[in-house]
Design a protein around this ligand. Sequence first.
Ligand code: SAM
Length: 320
Amino acid sequence: MQKYYFVKINDLEVLINGVPLGDYAIHQCNSTGIQNFSLDESMVDSILGDRSYSGADLPIEVIEEVEAITESKENKTYHIYFDTQEDAKCLTDELDKMKIPFELESKVTQDWNEEWKKNFSPIKFEDEFEIIPAWFEDYNLTTNKHIYIYPGMGFGTGSHETTYLCIKLYLEWKDKKINNTCMDFGCGSGILGLIYKIYNPSANIDLYDIDQAALDNCMQNIELNNIESSTIRLLLPEQRNQFLPTYDLVFANILKNILIEEAKQILKLVNSGGCLIASGLLVGQEHDIISHYTYLDSSLILENILYKGDWVALRFTKKA
Ligand SMILES: C[S@@+](CC[C@H](N)C(=O)[O-])C[C@H]1O[C@@H](n2cnc3c(N)ncnc32)[C@H](O)[C@@H]1O
């Protein structure tokens, strides 16, 4: 098993033989990198408290709050990494000579690819449908329909309650109405739009996200499932003018604040007679979404509310 070493230190500004400590570690002692650990997780938790944010959109005042703490000297901690004990000693010998306090630690290198795979296993939706992680090559299918998902940078393996609830609400609805077009608004891995595509192979699907990494992951999943891609579009915010006027089904698994911010846009996208599945809501938040959405569009009918753990999702239809 391979090990790596790191020196924990509070001050990078000190000079060793006239060279700043960080530069000395990298150029004289073959350090492989320096990481700033000025905030520990419990400190971040206490700043963020129970406030919930989606994606990377932290309000500016929260970022400033965090920065103010990182800038205070007593909270500064750096880890200086080395591949060998000998390289680490090159730095710690100098620190000893100068009586600069430090701690030396070593850790076993983890195979993160393998660790991360342990968290995903196939998910079965009654006898209807299965989601299978990409690396389960010899998996014995027990349903007629299934999708393989490669959980890359895009959220959405089916294991999270919010995705699971969307799929359940879709499976209940799928046979009832027309199914020619679908918008997956906040698509992540593309899981919801791609499941729709599996049930409706000739349908046109738009996968929309603010994050290019999510769309790259969608492409991986399209290829993984040999899905015919000419009828699937991957859209970023600058391509919103390419949205279709309306869709038969709109999935929106994004948090409450985004569902509120984007309410008018999302509602506009739902066809008369079409369906909206809204998710990403913590239990208790559903009431605000129901009242806001039905206030903005009086033709909206709430068809079902599903709960799982701390989460809740809603299925609406628009009167034809
Ligand atoms: C909870 S994930 C849902 C992923 C997938 N649809 C699923 O159900 O598993 C939310 C996704 O919405 C995206 N997102 C966040 N804010 C957004 C916004 N304002 N507009 C569109 N997408 C957004 C995020 O990048 C993320 O991929």
